[in-house]
Design a protein around this ligand. Structure first.
Ligand SMILES: Nc1ncnc2c1ncn2[C@@H]1O[C@H](COP(=O)(O)OP(=O)(O)OP(=O)(O)O)[C@@H](O)[C@H]1O
Ligand SMILES: [Mg+2]
Length: 510
C-alpha cells in the first residue's frame, strides 16, 4: 500500500482500498478515492476500457459514470448525474457496456436529455431499440455521393449555397446574428414541403426557457411530429453537454439506417468545445492551444463524420448536419471555428454588419460556400440562379460607390441596380420558408430584369404580389414547378410575363 502514489488518502479510504486489494476481482470492482466537479477518481478497475460505463454505489441509489482517463493506478470517470451523493470510499463496478441511448420512432415529438430521459413532462421513453452513443462513422464503401437536395426554404441558401442530403454545412457567425433562426426555418421547411426528413435539434447548454419557446413554435408550425429535441442547459454537468451531440446523432442514425432521411442541428458546437475543455481540465489533461485539450479536433471530426449519404446496398438513407459555431467579432480564424470549417463541406457565414443593416438573413455572399451541394441542387432553382452569387458579391463590393450614382458608367450602374433589387429580394422574414416554385418565380423576377423598374424599397411588395397572382391564376403550372424539374419554356415565359405585369403597379417609390 505504501507505494500508492496518492497522498491525500484518508485512513478510512486506505482501509477501504486495503479490503479491496485482498479480494480477488479488482479488475471488476474499484473504489472512489476522490470526487468533485462531476469527476470521480477511481482506484482499481484495471480492465475498464475507454468510454466504458461504470456504476458507483451511493446511499441514494447508484450513479452512472463513464471512464475517460485511464491512468496506471487510477481512472478518471465523468459522472452522468450529480456528484452530491457520491462519496470517497464508494464501490464502483464495471457495467460491461458502453453508453447506449434509446432510439426509434417513439422519440419523435419528444424533448429529452442526452440519456433519453423526458424533459417535456411526458411519459417515460420506451423504445424497442437502443443505439451505441459513440458509434463509428460509416466507411467510404458504404457511402454514395451527395445528390438529393435538402431544401432549407431560405432563398439565399437554396439558390447560392445549396445543401444536399448527407452534407455537413456549418452555420457560423457572431452571437445574435440569426444562426438558430436559419436552422429553425430549415426544420419548418421539412414539414411545409412534406419532405419526410426527420429533424433532430440538439441544444447544447441553452437556457431551457429558450428551448421551451422553440418547442412551442415548432408545435404551432406543425413540425414537432417529425422532430426530436435533445436538450441540455447551462446548469447540467459538463459531461451531459459533452454527450449531447453524440447521443442525438445516434438517434438520428436510426432513421438514416432505416432508409429514411434525418437532419441534425447542433446548436452550438462552440459551447460543446467549452464543455469538453472544462471536462478535460478537471480530468487533468494537459491543456493545449486556448487551453483546449490536444484532441479537440477529433472531438468534432468524429461527430461530423457520422453524417452520410448511404449507398443503395445500405438502404440509401441520409444524415445531414447543420452544426452551428459562434464567433467572436467575426473572427473565423480562431481555433474552434477553423477546426470545424475544415471538417465541414462548406459554411454559411452570417455577418453582424449585414444583420444590423436589416439584411436578414445576414448571409455573406463572399465568405459562404457549399462544396458539395451543387450536384444536389433542385434543377428548377438551379436553372434560374446561375449568376446570383457572383452578381451579389460584385454588388457588395461596389455598393460603397452607389452614392455617386450619376458618375458611374452604364454597366456598373446596372450591376448596382440589379444588386440592390437582389439584396432586397433575398431578405426573408423568419418562419417563412419558400417552396420551390416561389423561389424560382422570385429569383426570375429580378434576374430577367422584370423588376428593374421597381424601386428597391418596393421589391418585397412586388414579390408578394407576383406570388399571389401566380397562385391564383396559374396554380397548376406552379404545382408542376414544385416537383423540382427544370421549368419548360412556356412556364418560364409565363413567369416573366406575370412579373413584368406586376412590376408596372410598383414603379413609384412610396
Ligand atoms: N430573417 C430574419 N428576419 C428578422 N429577424 C430575424 C431573422 N433571423 C433572426 N432574426 C431575429 O434576430 C434575433 C437573433 O436570432 P437568433 O436567435 O436566431 O440568432 P443566434 O445567432 O442564434 O443568436 P445566439 O447567438 O444568441 O444563439 C432574434 O430575435 C430573431 O428573431
Ligand atoms: Mg442561437
Amino acid at each position: 500500500m505504501s507505494d500508492l502514489s496518492i497522498t491525500e488518502l484518508s485512513n478510512d479510504l486506505r482501509a477501504a482500498v486495503e479490503k479491496l486489494e485482498r479480494r480477488d476481482g479488482l479488475e471488476e470492482v474499484g473504489v472512489v478515492v476522490r470526487v468533485g466537479d462531476g469527476v470521480a477518481w477511481i482506484h482499481g478497475l484495471r480492465k475498464a476500457g475507454y468510454s466504458e460505463m461504470l456504476e458507483i454505489e451511493s446511499p441514494h441509489g447508484s450513479v452512472d459514470a463513464f471512464a475517460l482517463n485511464l491512468l496506471e493506478d487510477e481512472i478518471g470517470a465523468v459522472l452522468l448525474g450529480s456528484d452530491k451523493n457520491v462519496i470517497a470510499g464508494a464501490t464502483v463496478r464495471r457495467k460491461g457496456t458502453v453508453l447506449e441511448v434509446p432510439v426509434g420512432p417513439e422519440l419523435l415529438g419528444r424533448v429529452i436529455d442526452p440519456l433519453g430521459r423526458p424533459l417535456d413532462g411526458g411519459e417515460p421513453i420506451k423504445t424497442k431499440q437502443t443505439g451505441i452513443v459513440e458509434r463509428e462513422a460509416i466507411g467510404v464503401m458504404g457511402r454514395k455521393s451527395v445528390h438529393e437536395p435538402l431544401m432549407t426554404g431560405i432563398v439565399a441558401i437554396d439558390a447560392m449555397f445549396p445543401i444536399g442530403r448527407g452534407q455537413r454545412e456549418l452555420i457560423i457567425g457572431d452571437r445574435q446574428t440569426g444562426k438558430t433562426a436559419l436552422a429553425i426555418d430549415t426544420m419548418i421547411n421539412q414539414a411545409r414541403q412534406k419532405t419526410g426528413v426527420v429533424n433532430v435539434y440538439v441544444a447544447i447548454g441553452q437556457k431551457l426557457s429558450k428551448v421551451a419557446r422553440l418547442v412551442e413554435r415548432l408545435k404551432q408550425e406543425g413540425v414537432m411530429d417529425q422532430t426530436i429535441i435533445v436538450a441540455t442547459s447551462p446548469s447540467d454537468p459538463a459531461s451531459l453537454l459533452y454527450l449531447a451531440p453524440y447521443a442525438a446523432t445516434t438517434m438520428g442514425e436510426y432513421f438514416r439506417d432505416n432508409s429514411q432521411h434525418a437532419l441534425m442541428i447542433y446548436d452550438d458546437l462552440t459551447k460543446h468545445a467549452v464543455a469538453y475543455r472544462q471536462m478535460s481540465l478537471l480530468l487533468r489533461r494537459p491543456p493545449g492551444r486556448e487551453a483546449y485539450p490536444g484532441d479537440v479536433f477529433y472531438l468534432h471530426s468524429r461527430l461530423l463524420e457520422r453524417s452520410a449519404k448511404l449507398s443503395d446496398e445500405l438502404g440509401g438513407g441520409s444524415l445531414t448536419a447543420l452544426p452551428i459555431i459562434e464567433t467572436q467579432a467575426g473572427d473565423i480564424s480562431a481555433y474552434i471555428p477553423t477546426n470545424v470549417i475544415s471538417i465541414t463541406d462548406g459554411q454559411i457565414f452570417l455577418e453582424t454588419d449585414l444583420f444590423y443593416q436589416g439584411i436578414r438573413p445576414a448571409i455573406s455572399a463572399g465568405l459562404s460556400v457549399s462544396r458539395v451541394g451543387g450536384a444536389a441542387q433542385t434543377k428548377a432553382v438551379k436553372s434560374v440562379s446561375g449568376n446570383l452569387k457572383l452578381g451579389l458579391s460584385q454588388f457588395r463590393e461596389l455598393a460603397s460607390f452607389a452614392q455617386f450614382g450619376s458618375d458611374l458608367d452604364e454597366s456598373t450602374k446596372s450591376l448596382i441596380d440589379r444588386g440592390q433589387r437582389l439584396t432586397e429580394l433575398l431578405k426573408q422574414p423568419q418562419y417563412q420558408p419558400l417552396s420551390i416554385w416561389q423561389q424560382v418565380a422570385s429569383i426570375s423576377a429580378v434576374s430577367t430584369g422584370a423588376f428593374d423598374e421597381v424601386p428597391p424599397s418596393r421589391v418585397k411588395d412586388a414579390q408578394a404580389a407576383l406570388l399571389s397572382k401566380l397562385t391564383s391564376d396559374h396554380a397548376d403550372e406552379m404545382k408542376q414547378l414544385d416537383s423540382g424539374d427544370k421549368p419548360d419554356e412556356k412556364t418560364t415565359a409565363l413567369i416573366e410575363k406575370t412579373a413584368r405585369a406586376t412590376a408596372k403597379g410598383f414603379k413609384e417609390a412610396l
